[in-house]
Design a protein around this ligand. Structure first.
Ligand code: AKB
Length: 330
């Protein structure tokens, strides 16, 4: 009857396995597949369980455990944690910045109700929990160049509002219940997997379009500077942060980044490797979002406290992406 006894679940739930058993929610988004591959490489295929409410490709399904999990179904999540003996929860389910504006009620459910469930679940079962935040958790009143770890946060998207909420709720659960909540504010993450519904997505789409057609129409103006990071740096940041002993962390939420560039600068760098590309600019509503976000992200706290170092600058990023996307198209 332990489940009826309030907060205290049996001790065996609080003895994490070695290696940890990890559940990834929303794992078919931009980061999930890559994070699962990375963590399976470290902890073993069977110990990393991908989940989502949509159907995976055969390739993803055959790579390791995949289950259905609806982040809005708390009982279903409890069952998964119990039956799969989960130790870490990596909570990716979220509607991103641009798509969130198109369906605010859904974004509130997925991003806010979803994070309530994830954090409460982690508390009940003593899971270590990672929730990504974003440059989008800042707004026009925040210092934009650079944006320090602690600054005014008045985001103007529902995505940003939900991420500030997640940061604060996670910190609250840490102080109130000792929950091992960890959160990185990521910049735009660039990988060959298609993102969906973000404002920084242009920096991925440009590679696919120019390698296929030689052309790209950018929905941001040429001088829109945003912080960015290559997927390999993102995966390493997440993992290094997760394995840092709690005592070393001076905070639960850290800015991380690798570089900042504008569409024009990225196009110029790509042109060094893919000659005769043509990039045109037609800003749309995503411009307003980008104009309210940090231009340069100050991640010195992550560098000092747990040794964060990026590896990919813009030149290395472009070489890697041209290679990744060309291989995908072959
Ligand atoms: C988005 O553009 O919405 C995301 C992000 C920066 O959080 N990629």
């Amino acid at each position: 009857y332990s489940q009826y006894l309030g907060n205290g679940y049996p001790d065996r739930n609080s003895n994490p396995h070695d290696p940890p058993r990890i559940l990834i929610t929303g794992s078919l988004g931009q980061l999930g597949v890559e994070v699962a591959r990375f963590l399976r490489g470290v902890y073993g295929q069977e110990n990393v369980i991908m989940s989502d409410i949509i159907k995976p490709s055969n390739e993803v399904f055959n790579e390791g455990p995949f289950i259905f999990a609806d982040i809005l179904d708390f009982k279903g999540l409890q069952e998964i944690v119990v039956m799969h003996r989960i130790d870490w929860l990596i909570h990716f389910s979220a509607l991103l910045s641009a798509i969130g504006e198109q369906n605010v009620p859904l974004a509130i459910r997925v991003n806010i109700e979803g994070v309530h469930n994830a954090i409460e679940l982690a508390k009940q079962y003593k899971l270590k929990i990672f929730v990504p935040s974003t440059i989008g958790a800042f707004g026009p009143e925040s210092p934009r160049n650079p944006t320090p770890n602690v600054a005014v946060q008045r985001p103007k998207t529902i995505y940003g509002v939900s991420k500030v909420h997640a940061e604060l709720l996670g910190e609250y659960y840490f102080h109130r219940y000792g929950l091992d909540f960890r959160c990185l504010r990521f910049p735009g993450v660039i990988s060959s997997d298609p993102p969906g519904g973000g404002t920084t997505d242009y920096a991925v789409a440009i590679f696919h379009d120019v390698l296929q057609t030689g052309r790209f129409e950018c929905y941001l103006s040429p001088d829109t500077r945003l912080p960015m990071m290559y997927i390999k740096d993102c995966l390493r940041a997440l993992w290094e942060f997760m394995v840092t002993p709690s005592a070393k962390l001076k905070r639960r939420v850290y800015n991380v980044t690798a570089m900042s560039f504008t569409p024009e600068e990225l196009a110029a760098e790509i042109a060094k490797q893919v000659p005769e590309i043509k990039v045109t600019y037609r800003p749309d509503s995503r411009q307003l979002i980008a104009d309210s976000w940090p231009q340069v992200f100050d991640d010195s706290a992550a560098r000092e406290d747990w040794g964060w170092r990026h590896e990919y600058d813009i030149t290395k990023l472009v070489t890697a992406m041209v290679d990744d996307v060309s291989r995908q198209k072959r």
